[in-house]
Design a protein around this ligand. Structure first.
Ligand code: TXE
Length: 482
């Protein structure tokens, strides 16, 4: 890491520096980790031109050739898993063990999965008595991929793999808070022989680089993952040119626990859903709804388990909860803890900054926090906090649980805990969320649709949904005559 303190953009196969730079802070230590380009319109233009020029030949390569390259990318990342995991952990503050076990392996499988998906994809033919229709899928051109800081490589690979597989060229803009693994990915592309200009990377601020990319006339589609208010801006900026748009935004996901659940399994699952990655995952279960008859016992068990979580240096193997992404985000999370108390809530555990000694003394840590006693409609219980803070609420029966779970502006994901399979099905089907897990959380199958309803976004990613997004489906009708 020390050699690469000044990160560069990657444009047309070359690493290029910019005059202006931004500081990149290591969240667990509160110190500068590296400097990144503060790019602007000029750098965006150069990257789009490179991508546009590369499109003509890349879009003509065979599916097999593209799939082979994706497999080579996966192999290359895999042989450097530990290096990628360390970069991700230092950039985000997440536990190294989590980056090693989840982020990096999932990024690798994204490349392998989409290599396989295009190899095995088939298209429709719709015969008529005197003609035949067949569907063709053509790439879109230059696509902009804008990604957040919570799962940097995982989410970038989730978009990059299908975009390349379908023959598009890319300008990627990672979060300015987590530039490292995206830069390392550019090196991998270079190493495996991806033609120049097919993948370009422009670092910088959202309001500068992201904004210019979304508005660029030669960008055909925008795939964005980030906050809901930024998503609104991106949608407004993309609309005048009718760009294809995929928005994966925020959530305030309910975890619904019925009295007939497997108690131990439900406590463990609720804990995982609440605090994995410091609660900084759009899918985290931050509104815990528990049936009245087990509410006290469940809350006590959850509080006990949460209080024992190891918070601290992400590089320690036993750490379960690392640092939050930035001082500003830590402050925002703390404001919600204060608001929760003003709104009448009781802090059942956490609520403070843990004291961490050594290198991480100045890191942005918040202890995992559970708040009870709040009205389910209050701000703390309905706005996205995106940190290790959850609220817990009792419900009396299934209709009330459903009304509470479906309340609010978001509709991303939910998890439901019950041993009654019929109830699991019917309740899941009545939820207004893009994804529902029953008796589990964050179990991922890369073929299934991923995305949200309401203010949680527009469009679906995953499997054929991603392949559809990154291509135009066209019909060709051939008259066969009598
Ligand atoms: O995200 P932003 P932020 C939520 C979470 C968090 C809040 C804000 O609640 O507290 O969003 O986080 C780029 N045009 N999520 O401010 O700003 C930006 O540079 C184009 C949920 O960090 O949405 C980054 O690359 N792009 C989420 C990306 O957008 C712009 C994950 C996301 O940053 C832009 C992260 C603009 N005008 C935060 N402004 C999830 N769904 O998982 C910024 N960007």
């Amino acid at each position: 890491m020390e050699e690469s303190l000044n990160l560069k953009n990657f444009v047309n196969g070359n690493f290029v520096a910019t005059e202006k730079q931004l500081e990149n802070v290591e969240p667990a230590q509160g110190r500068i980790l590296s400097y990144i380009p503060r790019s602007g319109v000029e750098e965006v233009d150069a990257a789009v031109v490179a991508a546009k020029n590369a499109f003509a030949s890349w879009s003509q390569t065979t599916l097999d050739a593209r799939a082979e390259l994706l497999d080579a990318v996966a192999d290359e990342i895999e042989s450097h898993t530990e290096e990628f995991a360390l970069l991700e952990s230092r950039d985000t503050g997440k536990p190294l063990s989590l980056a090693r076990d989840v982020d990096i392996p999932r990024a690798i499988s994204n490349f392998r999965f989409f290599a396989g998906a295009v190899r095995h994809a088939s298209l429709d033919a719709n015969p008529m008595a005197d003609a035949i229709n067949y569907t063709q899928r053509t790439p879109l051109g230059v696509v902009a991929l804008i990604t957040p800081w919570n799962l940097p490589l995982y989410l970038l690979s989730w978009k990059t793999a299908p975009a390349l597989a379908m023959g598009n060229t890319i300008v990627a803009k990672p979060s300015e808070l987590t530039p490292h693994t995206a830069t390392r990915l550019a090196e991998v592309f270079s190493k495996v022989g991806l033609p120049d200009g097919v993948f370009n990377l422009v670092h910088g601020l959202g309001a500068e680089v992201g904004d210019a990319l979304v508005k660029h006339p030669d960008v055909s589609a925008v795939s964005f993952t980030g906050g809901t208010s930024t998503g609104k801006l991106v949608a407004a900026n993309a609309a005048p040119a009718f760009k294809k748009l995929s928005l994966e935004l925020g959530g305030k996901n309910p975890t619904v626990v019925f009295a007939d659940c497997d108690f131990e399994k439900a406590v463990a699952g609720t804990l995982r859903a609440a605090f994995t990655n410091q609660g900084e995952i759009c899918l985290c279960g931050s509104r815990i709804l528990v049936e009245e008859s087990i509410f006290d016992a469940f809350t006590d068990a959850l509080v006990e388990r949460t209080s024992k979580m190891v918070v601290g240096d992400p590089l320690n193997e036993e750490t379960q909860c690392g640092a939050l992404i930035s001082a500003a985000h830590r402050d925002k999370v703390e404001r919600y803890i204060a608001l929760g108390q003003e709104e009448g809530g009781m802090i059942r555990c956490g609520g403070t900054r843990p004291v961490i000694e050594g290198d991480c003394a100045q890191g942005f840590f918040v202890a995992p926090t559970i708040i009870s006693g709040l009205a389910p409609t209050c701000r703390t219980a309905s706005e996205e906090i995106f940190g290790p803070v959850v609220t817990i609420h009792p419900f009396k029966d299934e209709p009330e649980a459903l009304a509470l779970a479906n309340a609010g502006r978001y509709g991303l994901a939910a998890s439901v805990w019950t041993q009654d399979l019929k109830r699991g099905h019917t309740f899941a089907q009545s939820l207004r969320t893009g994804m529902v897990w029953v008796n589990t959380w964050l179990k991922r199958d890369l073929r299934v649709p991923f995305g949200g309803m309401k203010d949680s976004g527009v469009g679906r990613e995953g499997g054929r949904y991603s392949l559809d997004f990154f291509s135009e489906s066209r019909n060709i009708c051939i008259e066969l005559g009598d």
